[in-house]
Design a protein around this ligand. Structure first.
Ligand SMILES: Nc1ncnc2c1ncn2[C@@H]1O[C@H](COP(=O)(O)OP(=O)(O)OP(=O)(O)O)[C@@H](O)[C@H]1O
Ligand SMILES: [Mg+2]
Length: 181
């Protein structure tokens, strides 16, 4: 590294977590992002703990109407709520798009910075830089990202200091997603 580092093209740190056995399939879908049947968009405001959570409750309601089973609804709601709160608590705000397909959902969160200093560290249970307001609201245990990872079939996180943070998660509606657990 050292000397050559300055001339290397900068690559943004990224983190993938995919259920064993589904790596290729899910990574391909996330990368190619096919045209969804339904797409829902929401803004997520900084420090607004009253409004945040709207996307997760709407998406849960929507999937329920489609007949998605309660256990999967719960996993989608937990993951999306944690991700929404993270944008509210740790960033200058951002947006989320929920892409709904016939067999799975992909949710994409993108914020306006300030980014994550060290993604691997952020993924560690118990690590938190939550500010005072977030802690007053009951957040800051450092368990949100691990919880997202636990409830998804696929998760992608990319961020760099000073840049924006992108979190994408993928959840199948059917039991086949549990097969590899
Ligand atoms: N969108 C984001 N922008 C900047 N930093 C983030 C973002 N999301 C997470 N982080 C960083 O990753 C850390 C860990 O996030 P995680 O969700 O696991 O815990 P937390 O939000 O601090 O606490 P909890 O989710 O348990 O209430 C955060 O404290 C923050 O430093
Ligand atoms: Mg969190």
């Amino acid at each position: 590294m050292k000397g050559s580092e300055a001339v290397k093209s900068k690559s943004i740190p990224e983190y993938w977590a995919i259920k064993p056995g589904f790596e290729e399939e899910i990574k391909k879908i996330i990368n190619e992002r096919p045209e969804p049947e339904i797409s829902l968009d929401y803004e997520i405001a900084e420090n607004d703990y009253v409004k945040t959570g709207k996307a997760s409750s709407d998406v849960k309601f929507f999937l329920k109407k489609l007949g998605v089973n309660p256990e999967v609804l719960r996993r989608v709601a937990v993951a999306s709520y944690e991700a929404e709160i993270n944008v509210t608590a740790h960033s200058k705000g951002g947006k989320v798009t929920a892409n709904i397909y016939s067999d799975y959902i992909i949710m994409m969160f993108e914020d306006y910075g300030p980014g994550i200093a060290d993604i691997e560290q952020a993924m560690q249970p118990g690590f938190s830089t939550a500010n005072e307001l977030a802690r007053e609201m009951g957040f800051g245990a450092g368990l949100g990202l691990p919880n997202i990872k636990k409830n998804c079939d696929g998760m992608y996180l990319s961020s760099e200091p000073g840049g924006s943070t992108t979190l994408i998660f993928f959840i199948y509606y059917e039991e086949k997603s549990y097969a590899a657990k």
